[in-house]
Ligand binder design. Structure first.
Ligand code: HPA
Ligand code: ZN
Length: 320
């Protein structure tokens, strides 16, 4: 088979996808019309070259998400694409504060997404939801969001940290993560590629916060002692080659392969596929071609996605 078909047919887990980052231009137009909002001109491609410039496009586009049904439809469209990509389990991020700050009720967001997660089972996909805090908002806002979510904690598998990293270290949210963990939730933290203070942020996430995973995180190659900590603690990295290519101007293939060889649980994911030019198969193919990976390395990446997932040990055995 072609590399594309080989990758597509490998059972995989997607561990780093933002549901709001799966909003394709066509659905954005349809939701704007349905909600009586100005219909955006999507004829020119999105333009960004950094995390900050990506985020401003991303938050503007998602304002078409208003009703519970919008969140459901967005997530179901992604689930169908994920199925066509050979994904059998998804641990998906969502950004409630990006909606509640616009007056959308938290209940609409969580209900739409969790209803889609339940319906995904019929398509043969297990979906777990990871609620992210926007790190450029205050720790108090994150704590209030967590408090609102805790009565519904059964609908979540974990919490994460995303948005603009500059000046917003993981430690800012230590109390929020401690409380989430006490409620039985797992923890993952974005340490985006080539950000200021990246190594400090990775160390805080891995050691101070004791995160279960780190999202992106490939700058850890600059610090071999910290690489060893990730290996010893089995902290998985969720890398996203096509995202890297756009916001950091390199796929970081060399770094990803070096970490794989060092024994870090490296996984490949799509991040914001409607914006970065491809879903998960495209990300595997781009990395494999750029790095010259053989089939065994590609299989290892897919296997890592299950090992790094938060599936129960029983489910992991079933998947693997
Ligand atoms: N990094 C930070 N914030 C984000 C991302 C990301 O990759 N995607 C959506 N919000
Ligand atoms: Zn991300």
């Amino acid at each position: 088979p072609s590399l594309h078909d080989f990758v597509r047919d490998l059972p995989k887990c997607e561990l780093h996808v933002h549901l709001e980052g799966t909003l394709e231009p066509g659905m954005r137009v349809a939701l704007a019309a349905r909600n009586g909002l100005p219909v955006p001109d999507v004829s020119t491609p999105y333009d960004f070259d950094s995390l900050t410039s990506f985020l401003s496009v991303y938050y503007a586009a998602m304002t078409v998400l208003v009703q519970e049904q919008d969140f459901y439809d967005l997530a179901m469209a992604y689930v169908r694409t994920a199925r066509d990509n050979g994904v059998i389990r998804v641990e998906a991020f969502f950004d409630p504060q990006a909606h509640t700050s616009r007056g959308v009720p938290f209940a609409s967001v969580i209900s739409g997404y969790s209803r889609a997660a339940a319906d995904a089972s019929a398509l043969g996909i297990d979906v777990g939801l990871i609620m992210c805090f926007l790190r450029d908002l205050s720790a108090e806002s994150a704590m209030a969001t967590l408090a609102e979510a805790l009565p519904l904690a059964d609908l979540l598998i974990g919490v994460g940290l995303d948005s603009d990293e500059l000046g917003n270290p993981p430690e800012k949210f230590r109390a929020v993560f401690d409380r989430a963990r006490s409620a039985g939730l797992r923890v993952t933290v974005h340490c985006d590629v080539d950000q200021q203070d990246s190594i400090t942020h990775i160390r805080q996430a891995a050691v101070g916060i004791a995160a279960d995973r780190i999202d992106h995180g490939s700058n850890v190659v600059e610090d071999p002692a910290l690489v060893q900590i990730l290996v010893d603690r089995r902290i998985a990295l969720t890398t996203c080659p096509l995202s890297n290519a756009l916001v950091a101007d390199s796929m970081k293939s060399r770094e990803i392969v070096e970490l794989l060889h060092a024994g870090v649980n490296v996984t490949v994911n799509s991040d914001d596929p409607a914006y970065f030019g491809g879903y998960i198969v495209d990300n595997y193919v781009a990395l494999a071609e750029d790095a010259g990976l053989d089939d065994a390395a590609v299989v290892q990446l897919a296997r890592n996605s299950f090992l790094g997932s938060w599936a129960s040990e029983d489910d992991k055995r079933r998947y693997l």
